[in-house]
Design a protein around this ligand. Structure first.
Ligand code: NCD
Length: 326
């Protein structure tokens, strides 16, 4: 089953094919006639967009990607309140496995899932009869975001190999940063620079993976000292809602702010990315700078997610449909 659960499952070859498909979809989306043609691709497909944790960007982006491919969409955001008590109430105590089993009996062709617990998508995939796409599992991973992030970088430089990428902000709770690091580790001669308060540094699981794959990386707290070395900067917000009692938000938030002065320390060719939403870690005054790619990331998320939906449905789609007509 071609689930999309973790960034590690992609490699440069599969990403290359995705980048090419993204380009094709992008060209087709530009023109009214081909945009209509795209809507004929998957008219029989039913996508369940199941979000059990807060989301606007990702959820709307999956919805639009599915819509552009002519799919039918059931879209649900439940238990998006931060309190787990409320979530349990909403869920009426049902296990994730049961929820997925129940949903599968209703006949979706694909399920996009966001849950607050790490590892949720993998658990769902174990019992699902249709492909699961991980749209964020707590502080675990967010692989489709990482694919669109790396695609944005690729389109700027024409390659990923050989780049120095600075990943900063909240690396402990930020799943997009984690997924991106896993993806980048697949390319030769990539150097990673992690900048974060010590309490929010990149997790040992990711660092161990980087060591195993002989990726050169370093950890820092002072952004100014290393920012000039990066080709691309990936900044993230402090993930207040994921900290629980482990860390006091106010102790670690507001340590960095990317503004015009900081931009002045970057190389002229360095680009800056952010998965959004942003808080005060990015000064909106820099938005007009052509090196800022935040909104390009969200724009490209549509053709990227179209390519990923197509990939996940891929071979199973036909074989899965045939029995229904028998
Ligand atoms: C990110 C997420 O949900 O992990 N947002 C997104 O998907 N665009 C980042 C975040 O919440 O800070």
């Amino acid at each position: 089953m071609p689930h999309i659960l973790r960034a590690q499952q992609f490699d440069p070859k599969s990403l290359d094919a995705i980048f090419r498909r993204v380009h094709e979809f992008e060209v087709m989306l530009r023109d009214a006639y081909t945009r209509r043609t795209l809507r004929r691709f998957f008219p029989e497909v039913m996508l369940f967009n199941i979000f059990y944790a807060e989301s606007l960007r990702t959820r709307a982006s999956f919805y639009m990607a599915a819509y552009r491919l002519g799919m039918n969409i059931f879209d649900s955001q439940n238990g998006d309140q931060f309190s787990s008590q409320y979530r349990d109430y909403w869920n009426r105590g049902e296990t994730l496995e049961d929820t997925i089993r129940v949903l599968c009996t209703l006949g979706p062709d694909i399920i996009v899932l966001r849950r607050p617990e790490e590892g949720a998508a993998e658990r769902a995939a174990k019992v699902s009869t249709v492909p699961i796409i991980n749209a964020g599992d707590g502080k675990g991973q967010h692989p489709t975001q990482a694919v669109l992030d790396i695609c944005t970088i690729y389109r700027k430089f024409g390659a990923i190999a050989g780049l120095t990428i600075l990943i900063g902000g909240d690396l402990r709770y930020g799943r997009t940063a984690r997924s991106l690091a896993y993806l980048l580790s697949k390319y030769p001669n990539v150097r990673l620079i992690f900048v974060a308060p010590e309490e929010l540094q990149m997790g040992e699981d990711v660092l161990e993976h980087l060591r195993e794959h002989r990726v050169v990386f370093s950890k820092h707290t002072a952004l100014e000292e290393v920012i000039g070395e990066a080709d691309a900067i990936y900044w993230t917000r402090t993930q207040r809602e994921k900290m629980g009692d482990e860390i006091a938000y106010e102790d670690v938030a507001h340590r960095y702010r990317i503004d015009r002065r900081i931009m002045g320390l970057m190389k002229k060719t360095t680009v800056i990315l952010h998965p959004l939403p942003r808080n005060d870690e990015i000064d909106p005054a820099i938005d007009a700078d052509p090196r800022v790619l935040f909104f390009e990331q969200t724009r490209i998320s549509i053709p990227v997610r179209m390519a990923l939906l197509e990939l996940a449905l891929g071979n199973t789609y036909l074989s899965q449909r045939i029995p229904r007509f028998v």
